[in-house]
Design a binder for this molecule. Structure first.
Ligand code: ZN
Length: 171
């Protein structure tokens, strides 16, 4: 199967809310597989949400490699059920906003509930990079981008940067 195409801003699909997955069939497994292929061939991505490849379903794949060892986790219909009062600020980037990075404030620790690709209920507490990543990806499922957490001016800068690069690639 060929890789899926990652869509970039200002594609309106990135602003839309995705739908819950209801069928845990082979079709879902194929989509997940293709999403991992796309994530790994992106080179520097650690997470991908289905709407980033134009599939408006609540599916997230994350692989934060630990000591170069692959550690893929698939989240279907993920929900944050508990958040820490404490927040922290870290630099984020996004495959849908290439070459733009900025500091974003996130909850330091979150408890997440989700379903596996077979429909089994899972939950975990996350902190550090995993906490940032899952908050970033769940935002995608709600049509929210990390630049939506920034000032209007910074957001405009990001859009302009991506458009400029798209133009460059065309010429
Ligand atoms: Zn992203």
């Amino acid at each position: 199967m060929p890789n899926l195409q990652i869509i970039t801003i200002p594609n309106p699909l990135l602003k839309k809310k995705s739908e819950e997955v209801k069928e845990f069939d082979q079709n879902l497994k194929n989509t997940i597989r293709n999403m991992y292929d796309t994530l790994y061939s992106s080179g520097n991505g650690i997470g991908l949400a289905a709407p980033q490849v134009g599939i408006m379903k609540r599916i997230v794949v994350i692989d934060i490699k630990e000591k170069d060892k692959s550690n893929p986790i698939t989240f279907i219909n993920p929900k944050i059920v508990k958040r820490s009062k404490e927040t922290f600020v870290n630099e984020e980037g996004c495959l849908s906003i290439p070459d733009f990075f900025s500091n974003v404030e996130r909850y330091k620790e979150v408890e997440v509930q989700w379903l596996s690709e077979n429909g089994d209920l899972r939950s975990a507490n996350y902190n550090g990079l995993m906490s940032i990543c899952i908050q970033h990806e769940i935002d995608h499922l709600n049509g929210v981008l990390f630049i939506d957490h920034l000032s209007k001016i910074k957001r405009k800068m990001a859009v302009e940067k991506v458009l400029k690069q798209k133009k460059k690639k065309k010429n």
